[in-house]
Design a protein around this ligand. Structure first.
Ligand code: GDP
Ligand code: ZN
Length: 302
């Protein structure tokens, strides 16, 4: 069998529409096109592939089972994969915390079976009042079991701790625009711009970088997958009944509501509201839950 037809394992490190960049075991990467029959391969996918002859694109012939998947639902309601095999969401915020947004990301992580870490960036800008308020807010998230880090991309504060928690895992940075995700990536990957250029060069599609998804190996270990779509990824197709499951500290109360279909939004004998009155669930989280609930698309009943 000629070497070009040998089937070998690889990792998708970039997807630019039809063209995928597959990294082989030796660290080199080749542009490939996936066989139609295998479905859409995305960044983070472990695949089997064959190199093309000469300069020709290689062929991805199989996608290995995924341990997780971020997918978006398009306008027609069809699910479109964004990236695969993520272990954790790094939820980035500024010191002025937008609770309902953070909680939406935490729910996303819970429902997809991913870890979640809260990263408060721009700590160099936090004044005394904000720092005090943050201390209370962080105490609450830590009590729920979430890891929380205060960092500054500008002064590099907290970056070694962040590096340690990105090690040996595949992560994505999510959060509002302007909180400093690009700046953090830049701080963690000093040659970030160069690598983006190199990846798009290798795919032969340099112009499409803004819409493509890329995987970066961090110098201290671990991978980051990044694209504009990934940064703003949120689950919207959550069913009301599932939403409360995504609030981890609500779970132990959910069986005790009077109504089996209770959505904890003012029903009588609601165990979640009761737990909140007793201080076992924070009012902030319950309000966050209700804000997300009311923003969910109306469910279709049959
Ligand atoms: P993104 O939209 O989340 O990717 O945010 P950017 O990384 O583009 O950052 C938005 C703005 O915040 C830029 O002007 C950054 O220079 C600034 N910024 C990012 N991180 C920090 C930080 O830790 N401290 C301060 N003071 N500014 C920061
Ligand atoms: Zn209830």
């Amino acid at each position: 069998e000629p070497a070009s037809l040998m089937t070998r394992p690889g990792l998708v490190i970039a997807n630019f529409g039809q063209t995928l960049l597959v990294e082989a075991g030796d660290g080199t990467s080749r542009p490939c096109v996936a066989r139609k029959s295998i479905g859409q391969a995305v960044c983070g996918d472990r695949v089997l592939w064959q190199a093309g002859r000469g300069d020709a694109h290689g062929a991805v012939i199989a996608i290995e089972p995924r341990r997780s998947l971020l997918a978006r639902t398009d306008a027609r309601g069809k699910s479109r994969p964004l990236c695969a095999n993520i272990d954790q969401l790094i939820v980035v915020t500024s010191p002025a915390i937008n609770h309902s947004l953070i909680d939406h990301y935490l729910v996303t992580a819970e429902l997809l079976g991913l870890g979640a870490v809260l990263v408060v960036n721009k700590m160099d800008l936090a004044d005394e009042t904000q720092t005090m308020k943050l201390r209370d807010e962080m105490y609450g998230y830590r009590a729920m079991g979430y890891e929380l880090h205060q960092v500054s991309a500008r002064t590099q504060r907290g970056l070694p701790e962040l590096e340690a928690l990105l090690k040996d895992r595949t992560s994505v940075f999510v959060g509002e625009s302007g909180v400093g995700k690009s700046s953090l990536l830049q701080a963690l990957l000093p040659d970030h711009e160069i690598r983006v250029g190199a990846l798009s060069e290798a795919s032969g599609k340099g112009r499409h970088t803004t819409t493509s998804t890329l995987l970066f190996h961090l110098p201290h270990g671990g991978d980051i997958i990044d694209s504009p779509g990934v940064r703003e990824f949120r689950l919207w197709n959550i069913r009301a009944a599932e939403l409360a499951q995504g609030f981890r500290e609500f779970r132990s109360f959910l069986d005790d509501c009077r109504f089996r279909d209770c959505v904890h939004d003012g029903e009588p004998d609601c165990a979640v509201s009761h737990a909140c009155e007793l201080g076992k669930i924070s009012l902030q989280r319950l309000e966050s839950y209700r804000a997300i609930l009311r923003a969910l698309p109306a469910e279709e009943y049959d």
